[in-house]
Design a protein around this ligand. Structure first.
Ligand SMILES: [Zn+2]
Length: 93
């Protein structure tokens, strides 16, 4: 999955999110301040590794990106919306 981070909690973390749909090159970046430290690495490895991603998940959803179950990763709003439901393309845009 194409969510990568620069920095670790607790503190400011920069996220880079790339669309995983083949042929799409959408890439966004956002910053979050995560106050909670991650769980102990020895006791909860997945919790430790996914700590930042877990905090970012609601924000990613708000941006319109969706997480595709089954290993495909993240899709940008364009790819997540079926063509038939997309608003007509603005010719000026
Ligand atoms: Zn996309």
């Amino acid at each position: 999955m194409s969510l990568t981070t620069d920095g670790r909690a607790p503190g400011p973390v920069r996220f880079f999110l790339a669309c995983d749909r083949s042929g799409c090159e959408e890439l966004i970046m956002f910053d979050m301040v995560i106050a909670d430290p991650p769980p102990d690495r020895e006791k909860d490895l997945f919790g430790y590794l996914l700590h930042e991603a877990t905090h970012a998940a609601p924000h990613i959803k708000e941006l319109g990106w969706i997480f595709i179950e089954g290993g495909e990763g993240y899709w940008c709003p364009k790819c997540a919306t079926p063509a038939s439901r997309r608003p007509p393309t603005d010719p000026a845009g």
